[in-house]
Design a protein around this ligand. Structure first.
Ligand code: SF4
Ligand code: MG
Length: 330
């Protein structure tokens, strides 16, 4: 299968009083039809900026370069009107803070009718109704509530209705940024189920941005680990979770496990400053395995035996490193 999305050397930066914040710093990956890629990392590593950059909804002042090929067209070269046309029916978004809100004067049914009439005018009234009710039901909203007004629902239900409104268009590609953080466990399970449904039925591809490694293990084929604007490891989700290759991935997994058992989520040190990231491998000040070379030179991507990739000097061919390079960094 041709990738539905190919991101090549994407950079996103924005100005601050102290200088350019390099939030995404040379990211490349492919996503094939029906694939789910989990994007993980501590907050402030550039995950959300990457997701928004792909959809063309960066805050004013942010700049991007590189390539974002969606079905062969470079989204970075598309004009705002062209992008606006794609967002919704082709490029879906599920955010914790939805970009649009439910209109308090319109029934839920009217929201769905309007959305589908705009983007899929060929659907009959019956089809609109059937598809809308079906999508709502999968999100745990009973058909009996189809004609209710937004204020008749709880905040959590309204959020699920917003998600259903994004999903009812069956976009080819969806960015979901922390869709479950504010939701309860039941809703989390519902979202995972409906996303799995969508991909089975319509070959939808998903970029799932989350802190929750458990969800990634459950719902994703692949996982990409982001640190300081870089993807430091990418591969088959099961493989990465059972045999992490990058020291940061390993620490992230360890901290998640201790989060469950002791309630502590802790990797020593802090995520780096994206205005002035550490030289060489940005993880070197926190890395228990750091070597001298790590502070001096950027690690290159190395293909792993399991078909993933990792950017870490520990995996570089030994003929690229001198004896001095490999001395521990103290
Ligand atoms: Fe640690 Fe060096 Fe690998 Fe970076 S490149 S993760 S500092 S061993
Ligand atoms: Mg975020």
């Amino acid at each position: 299968d041709e990738p539905v999305l190919s991101v090549r050397d994407l950079r996103v930066w924005y100005g601050s009083e102290r200088g350019a914040v390099r939030a995404v710093d040379g990211v490349s990956f492919d996503l094939r039809p029906g694939q789910t890629l989990g994007l993980v990392g501590e907050s402030g590593c550039g995950k959300s900026t990457l997701g928004r950059g792909i959809l063309g909804i960066l805050p004013p002042g942010a700049k991007a370069d590189g390539e974002i090929l969606f079905r062969g067209n470079d989204l970075l070269k598309a004009g705002p009107r062209q992008l606006e046309k794609l967002r919704g029916p082709e490029l879906g978004m599920i955010f914790q803070e939805p970009l649009t809100r439910l209109n308090p004067l319109m029934r839920i049914s009217e929201h769905f009718e309007e959305t589908l009439r705009t983007h899929e005018p060929q659907l009959s009234k019956d089809e609109v109704r059937r598809r809308s009710i079906d999508t709502l039901r999968r999100m745990g909203i009973p058909p009996s509530r189809y004609h209710a007004y937004p204020h008749e629902f709880s905040g959590g239900m309204r959020q699920r209705i917003m998600i259903a409104l994004a999903l009812v268009l069956r976009p080819a590609f969806i960015v979901a940024d922390e869709p479950t953080t504010a939701l309860d466990v039941l809703v989390e399970a519902q979202i995972i189920r409906i996303l799995a449904d969508l991909r089975r039925s319509f070959n939808t591809s998903l970029l799932l941005i989350t802190h929750n490694l458990g969800i990634v293990a459950e719902a994703c084929d692949r996982v990409a680990v982001m640190y300081a604007g870089h993807i430091v490891e990418e591969g088959d989700a099961r493989e990465v979770f059972s045999r992490p290759q990058h020291p940061y991935t390993r620490e992230l997994l360890r901290s998640t496990i201790s989060l469950r058992t002791t309630g502590l989520h802790y990797i020593p040190g802090a995520p780096p400053d994206l205005v002035a990231p550490p030289s060489g491998c940005a993880f070197h000040p926190r890395c228990p395995d750091a070597m001298r070379v790590c502070r001096r030179r950027d690690p290159l991507d190395v293909t792993t035996s399991a078909g993933g990739r990792v950017a870490c000097w520990l995996h570089a061919p030994s003929d690229q490193l001198s004896r001095e390079d490999t001395e521990p960094l103290v």
